[in-house]
Ligand binder design. Structure first.
Ligand code: CMC
Length: 377
């Protein structure tokens, strides 16, 4: 076997052949199954988009109705899972709570009938249905309240906001949240998807696949950046402070919400999220942190634009979420609710042509070393 050049971060190394999504990082294009993200954001719903990603084509009216009906039916979580979550420390991060709860689903549902399409569909439905319920349940329980039961008369996005805020959202808020879910549903071979595929390739159960991906998404270089952006905007505090904040950062400091391995222009999802933020502000009032964000984007473009560093999906999403009543440490769990669709699409694709993902390494250690007895070390 030929030994390949080592690429830190596996940059540019294909880890799979995939027909799920495509990014053109120079043109700022993102497509799910060939459909541009802008068109899906305008015309689709999250569950329709999830169906498209997982089964490869848009559903017919009947297929979509059946899928939505199944998901409504499976939204509840078992009382044992709720009781387990009640034991989590309320100071724990909601991403850790979500990873643990997602993994716990594997205890309840029959394992590894991976060659059975009915098992695959059930697992897809359960994960899409239950993850939002678990995120909302932890939020209420850590405040000392009982979780709210899902409402079958509400659609996917409205039901989540209802379970989280204990009141029915108005239709604009629910629609905007649904669009946020569409935007975050999939993004080629990002770190959490890679993690999902590695786990899937061992033929373990889908709950372990999603739990490993949630753990990977949590870090600040990946999904965790959305929470860090809001902290940074609050720390900056005013539009006037932006330039001095940037100029006083330590050399090589990473500014959260900027930069991407693939996009070398502004992330198309950031552009859509910015428009959604405007819609939110028009209806629910302005957020002065948005003005700070716009100024920060302008200064970063001036300073780092030539290096291809621009706003990514995590830069404006938090400003939209805040207006929807979502606390900042739930931004990444909300990202996970959406990305479950992409992870499951990759799980299914990996299974279809599976070979265990087992890369190599370049050994840089010693050889033929003597074993020194402990008394002589
Ligand atoms: N702020 C300042 N400089 C940056 C940034 C940034 N956010 N991102 C990259 N750079 C610089 C970096 O210092 C390096 O400069 P040099 O060549 O002089 O050493 C160059 O750009 C390449 O950076 P890199 O870290 O090698 O790029 P990468 O492809 O390994 O990392 C990234 C991509 C997203 C991890 C990185 O841009 C980053 O840490 N961004 C901030 C965190 C963030 O917003 N993450 C969300 C990513 S998008 C959505 C998601 O995945 O959740």
């Amino acid at each position: 076997m030929t030994v390949c050049e080592y690429k830190p971060g596996l940059e540019g190394i294909p880890a799979a052949q995939s027909s799920i999504s495509h990014v053109d990082g120079q043109k700022g294009i993102l497509e799910y199954r060939g459909i541009h993200i802008e068109e899906l954001a305008e015309k689709s719903t999250f569950l329709e988009t999830a169906y498209l990603l997982i089964w490869g084509q848009l559903p017919t009216k009947e297929e979509l109705e059946e899928f939505e009906k199944d998901i409504r039916y499976h939204r509840r979580i078992k009382y044992r899972i709720r009781d387990m979550m009640k034991c989590f420390p309320e100071t724990g991060h909601p991403m850790d709570a979500l990873q643990t709860s997602a993994a716990a689903l594997g205890l309840f549902y029959a394992r590894r009938a991976l060659d059975n399409p009915a098992y695959i569909r059930k697992a897809v439905v359960r994960l899409l249905a239950k993850i939002p319920t678990m995120v909302a349940a932890f939020q209420l329980m850590r405040k000392g309240n009982d979780p709210v039961r899902p409402r079958d008369d509400l659609d996917y996005a409205a039901n989540f906001l209802y379970m989280l805020n204990e009141r029915e959202p108005d239709p604009l808020a629910a629609r905007i949240f649904d669009v946020c879910l569409i935007l975050h549903a999939e993004q080629t071979m990002n770190a959490s998807t890679f993690s999902a595929r590695v786990t899937a390739s061992t033929l373990t159960d889908p709950y372990a696949v999603v739990a490993s991906a949630v753990g990977t998404l949590a870090g600040p270089l990946h999904g965790g950046a959305n929470e860090e952006v809001i902290t940074m905007l609050e720390e900056i505090g005013s539009v006037e402070n932006v330039r001095s904040y940037v100029e006083n950062l330590p050399p090589k400091a990473k500014i959260m919400g900027f930069g991407h391995r693939v996009y070398k222009v502004k992330d198309p999802r950031a552009t859509i999220l910015q428009k959604l933020a405007h819609q939110m502000f028009d209806k629910y009032g302005h957020d002065m942190h948005y003005d700070i964000a716009v100024e920060l984007e302008r200064v970063i473009k001036e300073k780092l634009g030539d290096k291809g560093i621009h706003a990514n999906v995590d830069f404006y999403s938090g400003l939209v979420y805040r207006k929807l009543g979502i606390p900042s440490d739930l931004f990444t769990p909300v990202f996970a609710i959406a990305r479950v669709a992409g992870w499951l699409a990759h799980w299914k694709e990996q299974l279809a042509e599976n070979r265990i993902l087992r890369p190599t390494q370049i050994y840089t250690g010693d050889h033929d070393m003597p074993y020194t007895p402990i008394a002589q070390r």
